[in-house]
Design a protein around this ligand. Structure first.
Ligand code: DAH
Length: 340
């Protein structure tokens, strides 16, 4: 009987087929209810006790080999079928892949980044959840300073020490704390204010902050940098700086760009003046430099901040700021031709 099993094992080892029917017949022959293996198991019962162990091992081996062989052949069969019937007809035209579109805020942000990187500014970022120090105190806005009311703040319920940053000026502070002058950086990002949402204002929007700190930086440098920027972004280089107040700059100014009064739209957006306010700026207050570990006796700097949404509304003549965050594809798809 051992000899017979050996021959059967050889037969199993030698078996090969690409035909499902053949493989099934092989399975029935060896493993089917009335097949060779169950037959051998019933014969085993009649064997002498001393032979049972050896014979038992041999039949088990045969059974395992047969099972292994069938699984292997069946798997091969699947691969074989896959090669025989191609998944795709390569002569068919491809499925059209609609390319995504850039969000108008991203387009404008990238344009601004592009302009400032030409004159040596790098990009920096900071957290949207800020602490009081970086959003207010370090920027010369100590607790109970009335100017804190200029921006209505969202505080975190779980930790009133933390807030959603009201401006990207907080990144100025972080950057100065961690870098030595010369500093030339712009910080784009999202900011939050507790304001009623309307066509003109939103409770979150986007800003770009600019900061330049070095030896002998002057107001003339600030003016020239902004002039370069407005020329590049709007193609307009006539600007004026109106005295203003920000706690973190001294002196401070608001920048208007001369938009012109050529069209009816120009009249509307400039309220008939031809001038359009685009950003706040000024010379970094010496207190702010000191708060951030930079000696104001050695260094001076300028800073500016502008709203990206406002500029995007202007450039694309969009009349409702809420469109930026409503995810309406009919609106978003209009920006696909932009390269940025
Ligand atoms: N942080 C100001 C705001 O959100 C904008 C600003 C004004 C930034 C003057 C500056 C600056 O860096 O110098 O309204």
């Amino acid at each position: 009987m051992v000899e017979k099993i050996k021959t059967l094992i050889e037969e199993v080892n030698g078996f090969a087929s690409n035909d499902a029917k053949e493989i099934e017949a092989f399975r029935i022959r060896f493993l089917g209810k009335k097949g060779t293996v169950p037959g051998l198991f019933s014969k085993l019962k009649q064997a002498k006790d001393e032979e049972k162990k050896v014979l038992g091992n041999a039949v088990n081996q045969l059974k395992a080999l047969a099972q292994e062989k069938i699984t292997l052949l069946k798997n091969n069969l699947q691969d074989f079928d896959a090669v025989r019937s191609p998944v795709a007809d390569l002569t068919l035209p491809g499925d059209p892949l609609t390319p995504g579109t850039r969000h108008p805020i991203s387009i404008v942000k990238n344009k601004i980044i592009d302009i400032f990187s030409k004159i040596g500014f790098n990009i920096s970022e900071g957290p949207e959840i800020e602490d009081d120090w970086h959003n207010f105190s370090a920027l010369n806005l100590p607790k109970h300073h009335p100017a804190r009311d200029m921006q209505d703040t969202f505080f975190l319920k779980t930790n009133p020490e933390l807030l959603l940053r009201t401006h990207t000026s907080s990144v100025q502070v972080r950057y100065m704390e961690n870098h030595k002058p010369p500093i030339r950086t712009i910080s784009p990002g999202r900011v939050y204010r507790n304001e009623a949402v309307s066509a003109r204002s939103h409770c979150f929007f986007h800003q770009v902050e600019g900061l330049y700190v070095d030896k002998n930086v002057s107001f003339a440098d600030l003016k020239q940098t902004i002039r370069f920027f407005t020329e590049e972004l709007f193609g307009k280089s006539k600007i004026r700086l109106r005295p203003s107040y920000f706690p973190f700059t001294e002196p401070s100014a608001e920048v208007d760009v001369y938009w012109g009064l050529d069209t009816e739209a120009d009249y509307r957006i400039t309220k008939g003046t031809g001038w359009l306010e685009i950003m706040g700026c000024g010379m970094v207050d010496p207190n702010v430099l000191e708060n951030c570990g930079i000696n104001p006796k050695d260094y001076s700097g300028f800073a500016f901040g502008m709203g990206i949404d406002r500029i995007a509304l202007l450039l694309y003549q969009i009349d409702d700021i809420r469109l930026f965050s409503e995810n309406d594809l009919r609106f978003l798809k209009q920006f696909k031709r932009e390269i940025f």
